[in-house]
Write a protein that binds this ligand. Structure first.
Ligand code: OAD
Ligand code: ZN
Length: 262
């Protein structure tokens, strides 16, 4: 680390990027926690960005809740028909690829993601805990029979909105967690177990306001992990983090790779 001295006082020239790169280099059990912000540069809006988040529209916000889906499944699937191509055509970003590389290097234990877009897997990541579910599968709300996204997409394309189960004719729903629903318990508990062994939690692109995921940084800190936050806007953990990178994710990843040689 370079040091300069001004009026006899040692000042560090190491900035937050250098500090973050240093912590990443020192860590061998990294866990990444990702949110919608990691996928915005892939063309998928996040939820709460003031200018572009899904939740700027109250109707969209309502349809992402369990009661919104129950009251207006047709509206939910009309929205789904509009949004699905965004999700299906999206490509992993530099940040997704960076995390996949850290896993291959043997430094990253796993990714805990709130995202349903499957971009971590598209980037090549293997250990991914999708705590808010995913779009790959769906199930009948009546007989619980599972179905694939392809089956749901076909029905929507044929204007069967909402799509119905071939067997019992109840409405089919995607295997995502809607606001107000409990998380898939097994997946979440397994993810929390990973935090007990992690030496660095790297949070990328989440406002950290939705629980229980918003407790994850606290759990990591309680187990003495370092905490790096990479998010354009402040979060409730900024004061407790070892490094706060309040900047665009893509820009930060390029700089981290440059400085750290990852
Ligand atoms: P949010 O939309 O709440 O937060 C995304 C964060 O990423 C915001 O703070 C943005 O400022 C930041 N961000 C967006 N693009 C960025 C970029 N290119 N560079 C840097 N920062 C950027 O999304 P989540 O925290 O993922 O849950 O939301 C959590 C949950 O809220 C979602 O999983 C969803 C929703 O309710 C359910 O539906 C259950
Ligand atoms: Zn059924």
């Amino acid at each position: 680390m370079l040091e300069v001295s001004v009026q006899g006082k040692a000042l560090s020239t190491e900035g937050p990027i250098e500090r973050a790169a240093h912590f990443i280099k020192e860590a061998f059990n990294i866990v990444a926690l990702t949110g919608a912000g990691i996928s915005t540069s892939a063309g998928i809006p996040d939820f709460r960005s003031p200018e572009s988040g899904f939740f700027n529209d109250p109707e969209t916000m309502f349809l992402f809740t369990s009661w919104g889906f129950a009251q207006n499944p047709r509206g939910f699937y009309e929205m789904g028909k509009r949004l699905l191509p965004l999700f299906l055509n999206a490509k992993p970003t530099k940040a997704h690829l960076f995390l996949a590389r850290l896993e291959k290097m043997g430094r990253l234990r796993c990714i805990i993601t709130q995202n349903i877009d499957g971009l971590h897997q598209k980037a090549g990541s293997e250990r991914v805990f999708e705590v808010h579910g995913n779009l790959r599968k769906g199930r009948c709300t009546g007989c619980k029979k599972e179905c694939t996204l392809e089956e749901i997409s076909r029905k929507i394309a044929d204007n069967e909105i909402p799509p119905l189960c071939d067997g019992c004719k109840s409405i089919i729903r995607p295997n995502i967690i809607l606001f107000g629903e409990p998380l898939p318990e097994g997946v979440f508990l397994e993810a929390v177990e990973e935090l007990k062994r992690c030496d660095l939690l790297l949070v990328i692109g989440s406002s950290l306001v939705v629980y229980p995921v918003a407790d994850i940084p606290l759990t990591a800190l309680e187990h003495n992990a370092k905490l790096i936050l990479l998010n354009r806007l402040p979060t409730q953990y900024d004061d407790r983090a070892d490094v706060v990178l309040q900047m665009y994710i893509e820009e930060a990843i390029v700089k981290l790779q440059d400085v750290g040689g990852f």
